[in-house]
Structures are given as structure tokens and as C-alpha cells.
Design a protein around this ligand. Structure first.
Ligand SMILES: NC(=O)c1ccc[n+]([C@@H]2O[C@H](COP(=O)([O-])OP(=O)(O)OC[C@H]3O[C@@H](n4cnc5c(N)ncnc54)[C@H](O)[C@@H]3O)[C@@H](O)[C@H]2O)c1
Ligand SMILES: O=P(O)(O)OC[C@H](O)CO
Length: 338
């Protein structure tokens, strides 16, 4: 038991459960909201989450609930639902001023909103922060060293409240005030991880994967610039750091989805009855659309969108390779802008 104030975590998938376990490591109470009653029951009775994080033994100071009103008195709440339901779930939270730390990575389909805009509308009065970076849930749950960006719309004053609440010896947040940049990094890297998985599934080699990471990062920077994100933010943990992690490992659901697509599986089959979330599959269509409407060139994102819609992966890669030659740097583009 600890005298430190309890923290709330909304969403008991693998990431919400891992964050709850990390936060409880100093003995504090953590209240964890789960969508499924059977997850609540297993966490409270057996201190395990067999559906989403079966490898972890959870702390007895984590209490699970299906009732959002239980969170009314908490000053700090992490939000870790899938991106597409974040606004809907938060609408059930009592409207009192608190720090709301968004940990989901995606863009809302239909509205094209980033999570901070969805959260601000659903939970007015909250002060938003975004926690994002290279973070496989099973490693955080196991206490392995991890560093993240913690972007605070409330600036240094909010950071002073949140950093001691969230940092632990092996979990290290870095301060930023660029909420938009932190969200764009996490959302775009999921789509690029699908692209890298496709290349792996097609056996196109490691040169191709490195090229995709570098050219995909250029797309992330261009899109970020269009939305007012800082290049420095995207060059850090929540952008380049997460891109490298997710594009290099079958531990990533997005990379694995892409690999299966490259091996010839159909997106519709891979997405049907899926329990875990591969956010890039939901983000790709809305990101491709936003980029086109804003005139931002994102050919790799468009290629992923096309493959998810059923286009032949090998043909899509051939089209990418057949694009006109161009300058690598925007500043050198001149006439080479195709
Ligand atoms: N798993 C990771 O390593 C990791 C790391 C960083 C960020 N994230 C992000 O965290 C978010 C959550 O991912 P995850 O990996 O914890 O999920 P998950 O794939 O492990 O589990 C799916 C989650 O969706 C929930 N869910 C399904 N339908 C729902 C509904 N209608 N309403 C509310 N909840 C519903 C389930 O209860 C479960 O919590 C995603 O945006 C993901 O990108 C995940
Ligand atoms: O398994 P993924 O692809 O959702 O990636 C998990 C995390 O976002 C990695 O930082």
C-alpha cells in the first residue's frame, strides 16, 4: 500500500493493463476500467488478464471495474482504449477537472480528428496530455526499461503534476508541450509498420525496409508540418523512436498484419473477428484521405490504404517503385517534385 493518490486507467487491453501494472509498481492503488466483465472478474479474482496480457502476474493493488462513475474522484486518468471508441467511452466519464493522459494511437475515422480533439469534446474541463513512444506492452509489464514522450497541453505546470505520478525507475517520460506532434507520430507509424510488414511478407529484403522507414519518416514529417507539429517532436521517441520499433518486429500487431497481407492473406479475413487492435488498419484510410485533401504527398500511406482495400500487394509495390525520380530533401526539390 502507498500513500500516493490512486491513478485511473481506462481500457484494459494489453497496453492499459501493462500501464496499470507499471503504475502499481510503487504500491499505489490503480483503478482499471475494462470493457468486458470477464476481464474485470479475472483481474480482481486472479490478478491476471487472460484475454489481453496473459503473460503478466498483476499487482493486487490493481482493482478492475466496468463502471466509469467509479473514476469521478480521480485527478489523474490514463485513457487507453482503441482510438475509434475513445470519444464514445470518455463521454461516460464524470465531467470534473482532471489530467487526462491519452495513450491511444490513431485518428478518428469519419471526423479525421486526433485523439486530443475527440477527448476535449467528450471530457470538457480536462487538461490533456499525450503519452506515446516505443512501448511494447509485454515489455513494460515485465519492468523492462522504456522511455516515452509525455506531451502536456498544460505545459510545465501539468508536467510537474504528472511526471512524479507516471515515472518509475524503469519507465522514463520526457517532457514536451507538442500534443499534436506526439499524436501524429504514434498514428502515422502504425500505418508505416503495416507497409514494412508487407515488404517482409513479400521477401523484398532489409534494404527495402530501411528505405520504407526513411521515406515513411519523410511522410510523417510532411503531414506533421501541415498540422502544426514540431519536427523535433517527430524526431524523438513518439515519432522516429516508435517507427523504428514497430517497423522491425513481429511483436507489432501492425507489422504482423502487413506481413500476412504481403504473404497473400486478404485484409477482410485478417480483420474479421479480430480481438486485438491493429490501429494502422483503421488509421490508413482516414490518413490517406486527410493527406490528399491537404495536398501532402504520402505515397507509402496511400499504398497501404490500397492494399487494405484489396489491391494486389506486389502490384502496389511495383507502382511505388515506378514513381518518377525526385529529390530526397524538400529543400532540394526544385522541379524534382513528382
Ligand atoms: N499493445 C501495445 O503494446 C500498445 C502500446 C502503445 C500504445 N498502444 C495503443 O493503445 C490502444 C489500445 O490498444 P491495446 O493494445 O491495449 O488493445 P488490445 O488490442 O490489447 O485490446 C483491445 C481492446 O479494445 C477494447 N474494446 C473492444 N471493443 C471495445 C468497445 N466497443 N469499447 C471499448 N473498448 C473496446 C477491449 O476491451 C480491449 O481493451 C491502441 O490505440 C494502441 O495503438 C498499444
Ligand atoms: O503492436 P502495435 O503495432 O500496435 O504496436 C504497439 C506499440 O504502439 C509500439 O510502440
Amino acid at each position: 500500500m502507498s500513500a500516493a493518490p490512486a491513478i485511473g486507467v481506462i481500457g484494459a487491453g494489453s497496453w492499459g493493463t501493462a500501464l496499470a501494472q507499471m503504475l502499481s509498481s510503487d504500491g499505489r492503488d490503480v483503478l482499471l476500467w475494462a470493457y468486458e466483465p470477464e476481464v474485470v472478474a479475472a483481474i480482481n479474482a486472479e490478478h491476471r488478464n487472460p484475454l489481453y496480457l496473459p503473460s503478466a502476474s498483476l499487482s493486487p493493488t490493481i482493482r478492475a471495474t466496468c463502471d466509469l462513475p467509479d473514476f469521478a474522484a480521480l485527478d489523474t486518468v490514463l485513457v487507453v482504449t482503441p482510438a475509434q471508441v475513445l470519444g464514445k467511452v470518455l463521454a461516460g466519464l464524470a465531467r470534473s477537472p482532471r489530467d487526462l493522459v491519452l495513450c491511444s494511437k490513431g485518428i478518428e475515422a469519419g471526423s479525421g480528428r486526433l485523439m486530443n480533439d475527440a477527448a476535449r469534446e467528450a471530457a470538457p474541463g480536462s487538461t490533456i496530455a499525450v503519452l506515446s513512444g516505443p512501448t511494447f506492452a509485454h515489455e513494460v509489464a515485465a519492468g523492462l526499461p522504456t522511455a516515452v514522450t509525455l506531451a502536456c497541453e498544460g505545459g510545465r505546470a501539468q508536467w510537474e503534476r504528472l511526471a512524479p505520478a507516471i515515472a518509475r525507475p524503469a519507465f522514463r517520460p520526457y517532457y514536451s508541450d507538442d500534443v499534436t506532434g506526439a499524436e501524429i507520430g504514434g498514428a502515422v507509424k502504425n500505418v508505416l509498420a503495416i507497409a514494412c510488414g508487407v515488404v517482409d511478407g513479400l521477401n523484398l529484403g532489409q534494404n527495402a525496409r530501411a528505405a520504407l522507414i526513411a521515406r515513411g519518416f519523410s511522410e510523417m514529417l510532411r503531414f506533421g508540418e501541415a498540422l502544426g507539429a514540431e519536427t523535433e517532436t517527430l524526431s524523438g521517441l513518439c515519432g522516429l523512436g516508435d517507427l523504428v520499433l514497430t517497423c522491425s518486429s513481429t511483436s507489432s500487431r501492425n507489422f504482423s498484419l502487413g506481413k500476412a497481407l504481403g504473404e497473400g492473406a486478404l485484409a477482410a479475413d485478417l480483420m474479421a473477428d479480430r480481438r486485438t487492435v491493429a490501429e494502422g488498419a483503421h488509421t490508413a484510410p482516414v490518413l490517406a484521405d486527410l493527406a490528399q485533401r491537404r495536398g501532402v504527398a504520402m505515397p507509402i500511406v496511400a499504398a497501404v490504404d490500397a492494399i487494405l482495400r484489396g489491391a494486389d500487394a506486389r502490384a502496389v509495390v511495383a507502382d511505388l517503385l515506378a514513381r518518377p525520380l525526385r529529390a530526397e530533401l524538400e529543400s532540394d526539390a526544385g522541379d524534382l517534385t513528382a
